[in-house]
Each structure stands twice: as structure tokens, then as C-alpha cells.
Design a protein around this ligand. Sequence first.
Ligand SMILES: [Zn+2]
Length: 122
Amino acid sequence: MPTRRVHLKFDQYLWEHGVILDDTYGDSVHKRLDKGLSKYGPDHQFMDYYHTEEGIRYWLDNMPETMSQDRKTDYMRIALGHMVLDEMAYRRPDLNEDDLIKAAYRSFIQRGYHRKYYKALG
Ligand SMILES: [Zn+2]
């Protein structure tokens, strides 16, 4: 399972490829997604509601309104990246860190996650 350091490295990769804004730091996103770790263990990615797009949108819906839509869009993409990275690490335990990040990024793009937007309700 990827550590926080590897998740942040993937965020950096997203930034380098223009997927997220340069001043968005994703640590709080990873904290939210991995909160269920103590409860569910390594299988958290299959069991935690916050490890789904719906769960992340719910989380963002309840963030302060003062947070910009752009920031929430970045958080959305970072969260989706987190899920793809967890999934890829599970499916391809043979990959080294750099190859894992590249493979996860390819999958992220194939799914169109770089074009996901967060829009406020109402
Ligand atoms: Zn996770």
C-alpha cells in the first residue's frame, strides 16, 4: 500500500502535468482518504465510503463555502489520484515506485479523471 510520501509524490506528478494548480497541497485529502485505515486496514480502499467519487463529493460539499471551486476541483482530482494509486499498487505489486506512479497516471488519464470538476450544489 502506498505511503503518504508516495501519494504526495503522485500529487507532484499531477502538478507537473498541469492536472492540479501549483499551490494546492493534498495532504488533508490523503488524511481524509486514509482515515479508515485504522478501522479497515489495508482493504480500506474497498470498504471506505470516502474511497469513492461519491464519498469525496460529499466531503467537498461539506467544506467551507469560502474554499474556491478551483481548489475543490484540485482536491477532487487528488482524491481520484489517491484511489488510482492505491488500486494500481494492489494490482501491480511488482512495480517499483517510479513505474507505479507512471502506470497509475496512465490509468488516471484513461479514465478522464484529469477532466473531473467539482461544482457546488445549488
Ligand atoms: Zn488510501
